[in-house]
Design a binder for this molecule. Structure first.
Ligand SMILES: C[S@@+](CC[C@H](N)C(=O)[O-])C[C@H]1O[C@@H](n2cnc3c(N)ncnc32)[C@H](O)[C@@H]1O
Length: 510
């Protein structure tokens, strides 16, 4: 199966059709559209339920059940299944072969029922990216065109399917039902777009209900938690919405949800009749920003070192995970945070290391500057092919300037003496730790696993650490539902609790 393609299990297809009485509405004249219909799990459920209810769909009904997919093979399977399992021949007009984003089929539907492909804009191949760009831009999902390159690259194709379905294909008061990753509603960052779509032409839509399947592992192989989102066209958004969480044996717990802060911020579910959780407030010096650890762009074997041993003055011997040995200037090798760094009290001892060919001001060394560090230049040259094969907009920008050894997430902040860091990925406990200057060098976080704030002065760092250790912050993070997910305590979530306070000088907190 291709990327982003996980078919809807029959169980959930039948469930959505029942819950929203789609078969009944269809038999009574509604037009149902499934963009990205694949092999037709959802369309088949509509027919199956209609047949079970005793309906005898005829050609007029079948003309009102329409699927579209880029993959001709899937449409052929769909066609064949309908014949074999339901003895029904779908009319040609019901199976559209084409790209839903680019081709804008001329269909007005009462109901859009879809499980759109889940793949981020940044991961599309470059030809599709170019072709989709203008559509993304006009979809109301990308308020600022620059964000398409930066954070917006994470905007999902699924979100575009939702926006286009609503804008182009839903009739007045139409209903939109979409299986989506729940992170689109609950995560910080790119998906603000989906939560805050302003449809071109000013048409309104309302997110009315979300069915969160988090605990029921509904889509084998999806690698993500799914939900079903129910939208209504031409209605004003009202908060809170109903938020249902799957419990054991097809039961649903009814809760409410609303944006945690400003419009477009992540939705937070809470028990009916209670107040939604509010983010705690922690004052920090203006300009303090949470960041992820260093990102090697997929070349961790080049930069991350399993062993390090001081040799002569200022030079260390190193070994990477492939067993490659080398020598590096001690000054460019730093301790790397590990799970054990967060269990070891005040004096963590490094288990691994990271080589950063960077100056202390956070700038990557030029070829000229590297000449003063022949060991570093030699190590990089030995790994040149691997380094040049890395992908990504930012790395490509460096490479076009002749610098193929850059990393991401390194700036002046990476070399500040004090880091207040925490494990940001896949945890359910929030354990902030202070990493100060050490004989080993300057502690660095490892990609998305760690996030940190950096400080020049330990007084400020310690005072913020105290606030971070308050159980209120951990409780708040848990209420966001990200425990044990990759979003657990990522920078965006922590950013929301920080109050920049210009009156706190960077070197001293009140
Ligand atoms: C997640 S699968 C879901 C299939 C089906 N609706 C189901 O629920 O089982 C998404 C489908 O979208 C199709 N798809 C991806 N990009 C598309 C595009 N631009 N236009 C139309 N279909 C597309 C894929 O081929 C795939 O069949």
């Amino acid at each position: 199966m291709k990327k982003g393609v996980v078919y809807t299990p029959d169980h959930w297809a039948d469930w959505v059709v029942d819950r929203f009485r789609i078969a009944e509405k269809w038999i009574n004249g509604a037009v149902v559209l499934d963009p990205g219909c694949g092999t037709g799990a959802l369309m088949a459920a509509v027919v199956r339920r209609a047949l079970t209810a005793g309906a005898e769909p005829d050609i007029n009904d079948l003309q009102r059940l329409i699927g579209m997919d880029v993959d001709k093979g899937s449409l052929d399977i769909l066609d064949e299944n309908f014949r074999q399992r339901y003895h029904l021949k779908l009319p040609r007009t019901s199976l559209i072969h084409g790209d839903f984003v680019l081709e804008n089929p001329d269909i007005q539907a009462d109901i859009v029922l879809a499980n759109p492909p889940w793949v981020s804009f940044g991961d599309l191949d470059s030809k599709l990216k170019e072709a989709y760009k203008p559509v993304y831009r006009n979809s109301g999902l990308v308020p600022n065109p620059r964000t398409l390159l930066l954070g917006g690259a994470r905007i999902d194709l699924a979100a575009l399917f939702v926006a286009l379905s609503m804008e182009r294909h839903l009739k007045q008061r139409g209903e939109g039902l979409f299986f989506l990753p729940s992170s689109l509603f609950r995560g910080e960052g790119a998906h603000e777009a989906l939560r805050n779509i302003e449809l071109p032409g000013g048409r309104r839509h309302r997110l009315q209900e979300v069915y969160d399947m988090e605990k029921s592992a509904p889509f084998p192989g999806a690698g993500t938690r799914k939900c079903l989102a129910y939208f209504r066209m031409d209605a004003r958004q009202v908060w809170p919405i109903s938020w249902y969480t799957a419990g054991p044996g097809d039961t649903w717990e009814t809760r409410e949800a609303r944006p945690i802060a400003e419009s477009g911020s992540p939705l937070i579910p809470y028990s009916v009749g209670t107040q939604p959780p509010v983010p705690p407030r922690i004052s920090v010096p203006a300009g303090t920003k949470p960041r992820q650890g260093v990102n090697t762009g997929g070349a961790s074997a080049v930069f991350i070192l399993e062993e390090m041993e001081p040799l002569e003055d200022g030079v260390v011997g190193v070994v990477n995970r492939n067993g490659t040995e080398g020598r590096l200037p001690e000054f460019l090798v730093h301790p790397l945070m590990n799970p054990s760094s967060f269990e070891s009290g005040d004096k963590p001892v490094p288990e691994r290391w990271i080589f950063l060919p960077y100056k202390r001001n956070g700038r990557v060394m030029s070829a000229e500057e590297l000449k003063s560090y022949p060991d570093a230049a030699d190590w990089l040259t030995r790994h040149r092919t691997q380094l040049e094969a890395r992908k990504g907009v930012m790395l490509a920008r460096y490479a076009s300037g002749g610098i193929w050894w850059a990393l991401l997430g390194v700036g002046p902040y990476a070399f500040q003496p004090w880091k207040l860091a925490w494990e940001s990925y896949g945890r359910s406990r929030f354990v902030p730790m202070l990493f100060g200057p050490s004989k080993y060098g300057i502690w660095q976080g490892n990609q998305a696993l760690h996030a940190y704030l950096s400080f020049k002065e330990d007084g400020t760092a310690r005072s913020v650490l105290e606030d971070f250790r308050s159980p209120v912050l951990e409780k708040y993070l848990k209420s966001l539902g990200g425990a044990e997910t990759k979003g657990w305590a990522q920078p965006g979530r922590i950013q929301r609790v920080l109050i920049p306070d210009a009156s706190i000088p960077a070197h001293q907190k009140r």
